[in-house]
Design a protein around this ligand. Structure first.
Ligand code: ATP
Ligand code: MG
Length: 270
């Protein structure tokens, strides 16, 4: 088996038979997810890809405890999720940092809510500011930052609260291609430093295969697990310039692309 730095064999999150239906007002209800089961291992990055509207954000809402499932359960360390909790941190699809707070204020926000004492809080915040490369920008406000820097604030804020699991919903979709690669490489590095379990939702097959220890491919709506593909490349080898020509990367990318394309055409067997 390929070495997965930081990844043990124990299960962090178990999702079992998840189904969710949105209630329509006057119109038909919409079945967003059905029969979804998988697990996130301790320390692993599980990337999730699938067509637009297949239920990826809904899945994050269910794991975060923001939405209640119609059927099925989510277990974190064996305990059933019944609502939101600090053990799960979310980086939302739409940027969710506070415009009236500085970089420092944003990153420390969750720690303030958790009533972490000031000195300890400042030390944690400093560590994460350095980790995401925002040293020197501590007292800036979001409108003074680039798109990529704002994303770093959002990621640092979630990590600083020290959740067991980080749920990321297309966090890098809005930044330019070059910044995106930088952020992806940083996330890999940070994930090795913090050993967090991460569920990373994206539209991009390249991003999923670059970041994921495994890639979960969703079917067209209602979202079901079509296939979970192992990416047999250790994290320490994942540099963008190296991977672009790596046969292991290309092979997995081709396979995942084929799976996703079948769902876009609607001729998948799922
Ligand atoms: N609050 C809501 N009320 C009703 N329907 C919703 C709601 N949120 C999402 N849906 C529907 O549920 C389905 C799944 O939506 P979801 O946002 O989970 O998809 P997604 O996979 O995240 O899509 P995208 O890749 O475009 O972000 C969609 O058909 C969407 O229209
Ligand atoms: Mg979404």
């Amino acid at each position: 088996m390929a070495a997965r730095p930081g990844a043990g064999d124990s299960v962090k999150i178990r999702v079992e038979g998840l189904r969710h239906r949105y209630r329509g007002t006057g119109r038909r209800d919409l079945l967003a997810l059905d029969g979804v089961s998988f697990e996130i291992r301790d320390g692993e990055i599980l990337a999730v890809v699938g067509p637009s509207g297949c239920g990826k954000t809904t899945l994050i809402g269910l794991i975060a405890g923001l939405i209640k499932p119609e059927a099925g359960v989510v277990l974190v360390d064996g305990v059933t999720v019944r609502g939101p909790g600090r053990d799960r941190g979310v980086v939302f699809q739409e940027l969710a940092i506070l415009p009236w707070r500085t970089v420092r204020g944003n990153i420390g926000h969750g720690l303030e809510i958790a009533r972490v004492p000031r000195a300890e809080r400042e030390a944690i915040v400093d560590r994460f500011i350095a980790m995401v490369g925002l040293t020197g920008f501590e007292e800036r406000y979001p409108h003074e930052l680039s798109g990529g820097m704002k994303q770093r604030v959002a990621v640092a804020r979630t990590l600083a609260a020290d959740p067991k699991v980080v749920l990321m919903d297309e966090p890098f979709a809005a930044v330019d291609a070059q910044t995106r690669i930088t952020l992806q490489e940083e996330l890999l590095r940070i994930s090795m430093e913090t050993r967090k379990s991460i569920l990373f939702v994206t539209h991009s097959v390249d991003e999923a295969v670059f970041l994921g220890d495994r890639v979960l491919v969703f079917t067209h709506r209602p979202g079901r697990v079509k296939e979970i593909v192992e990416v047999p490349i250790p994290r320490s080898e994942r540099r963008f310039d190296r991977l672009a020509g790596d046969p292991r990367f290309l092979e997995v990318r081709e396979w995942v692309t084929r799976l996703v394309r079948a769902e876009l055409r609607g001729d998948g067997d799922g």
